[in-house]
Every structure is written in structure tokens, then in C-alpha cells.
Ligand binder design. Sequence first.
Ligand SMILES: [Zn+2]
Ligand SMILES: [Zn+2]
Length: 358
Amino acid sequence: MRLYSLHKAAAVDLEPGGGQVFAGERVLAGRARITAKGAVVSMDGGLKTAAAKHITISAYGTGIWLSGKGLPRRLYRGKLVFSAERGRLKIINTVELEIYLAGVVSGEAGDLSQSEAYKAQAVAARTYTVTHMNNHSREGYNMCDSTHCQLYTGLGTISAKAREASDATRGELLFYKGRPASTFYHSACGGRTETMTHVWPYEHKPYLISVRDGPPGAPYCAPATGFFWKTKIYFTGLTRLARAAGWITAGEEARGLRISAWGTSGRAAELELYTRSRRVTLSATDFYHGIGRRAGWKAIRSSFYKIYQNKDHVLLEGKGSGHGVGMCQWGAEGMGRKGYNYREILQHYYPGTEIYND
Ligand SMILES: [Zn+2]
Ligand SMILES: [Zn+2]
């Protein structure tokens, strides 16, 4: 797995956390720093090495703390290979699946409290890992540590609940017709999950269909923070974002926005953006990503909204957060509070799938 995949650092500080740490064959006793220069890396401090293509660190016991300018301090264990690409560090860590999983569950379920929700998250994340193992194989590693794959911030942030959940479900995977399922999940569906095709056109899985998340008016995910949200977008701002995203040309101005097609859940599936002279059709998913990337992911939290048009702005009133496909994490929490176990939770969000122990 690639560590610090969204950071662009040229140097990283190493600090053994207890237990033996080796750099190649030699013991690393104290702190050291690895620096990238062009296509090579070198180490100084506790141990010095000449410039090389790779430096391999093996950390046993507690592991090794990494930190540095622009790099949050994180604890890792096992084999770490440091190399350089155009003066930037590339760090690949070989990590055991169950440890990785406890880390992912800690990050993904950090706001939840129900142990059954943690277990459901563990099975979903384990299955997601197995089915997305080749996300970055062309770049020479399996997965990255950002939400592009699954968020993983090392051993230092693993919670007891997450470790228990991955232990209790050790090896369990969700299958559909004999093959591991694509276990997409998201924060809060807003009352109804969405059929995959309406979020990612041309993609379909029989178990990723819209399900009602609890009784009408009392969705399981109601306790989610920011369940209801409102965002005002002025046409001046929308124009800037739409030009940057390439939805309109530099000479055009955004004058309006409306939903032109809906998914099964009632989420927007397709939007029309108006200028003085024409309308541009875009998928709600492209809009969500386009705005999120440029204005922050809190501006539009999901595609589950209504649009109110005003003179100089549109008002979006929405529910839930995330893409809405597969398991609703806050809904799993709500189901846990109502006494459902993790098997029932998974069955609810991925109908027709079965748990197998690999
Ligand atoms: Zn990735
Ligand atoms: Zn929900």
C-alpha cells in the first residue's frame, strides 16, 4: 500500500517505536531521515546510506513512527520501501490484511458506537479490499491510503472497537453468486440508498439496488451529523466553478440549474445548467465531484437534494452524505441501536448476498 499518497514530501523522519527496526541488514537504533533527490533516496541520522534507488526498512514490535514537514505523524509496521520520483518520496508498506482492515474500520466507523455496525463495516471493508486489490497495480502497488481506495492512517489510530470487529469477523467476505461482492458504502443515505446505475451509469450489480433505510419518516441514519443540509450557490460562483470544470466556456455565464432526471431513491441523477443561450446536461455525479473538488466536499454533501431557483442564486436543500450506493454507515449504526446484528445489517444493504469465511 502506498503511504501518504496525497502528500508530496521530499523528506520523512523516522523514529523507532520500540522493537527492532532494520534498514536493509543493519539495525536502526535512533532517529533518521530519508530524503528524496531526483530519482534516488538517501538516509542520514541514526544510520547513513549512500544515494540508492530504494531503502528498505523492516519494523517489528511496535513499529516505526513517520513524520515530517507536511506529513502527519503516523505509526507503521512491517516492510517499508522508500524510493523517489522526481524528487518526491514514494513509500510502499506491506501490511497484513487484518491489521490494514482494523485501521480502515477505525477511520471509517470512527464516529459510530455500535459493535454490530463495526462488524458490518469490517466485512464490507474486507470484501472491498479483496475486490479492489488491483486499483494501483499499474503503478506498482495494490492500494493507496486515501479515500480514493480506503482511508488508512496507520496503527497509531486503530481503536479497540475496530480491532474487535475485525477479529470477530476474521476472514469473512460477502459473496454474490459465488464471487466476492462490490461492497460500496457511504456515510448516510438520507432515508433511501440508490441503485448503482443512477450514480455510475453503465455499472450495475443486482445487490446494489435502492433500499428504503428504515420506516418512512424515521430513517435508520437519522442520527448522522449533518443529515439535513442547505447550500446557497450564487451564479457568479457557479459560473467560476462551471468554467473551471469545463461545463461552460469562458465567455458563458451560469444563470440557472435544475434537476432533469431522478434515480430510484429520489436523488438527482441528471442536471441541466443554463446559460443565456443554451442548456448543458451533466450527470449529478459529475456535478457532485466537480463542485466537491473545487469548493470542498462539504458544499454539496450528496446528490439527494431539491433545487430552489432565485434571482441571483440557487438554494440546494439536501439529505445525507456520500454517493448513496450500498451500505449506509449511519444506517448500520441505527440498525445496531435497534438490535439488528451485522449479518442482518449486511443483508439489508446488499440484498441477495451471503457471508462466507474464506
Ligand atoms: Zn487509491
Ligand atoms: Zn441511511
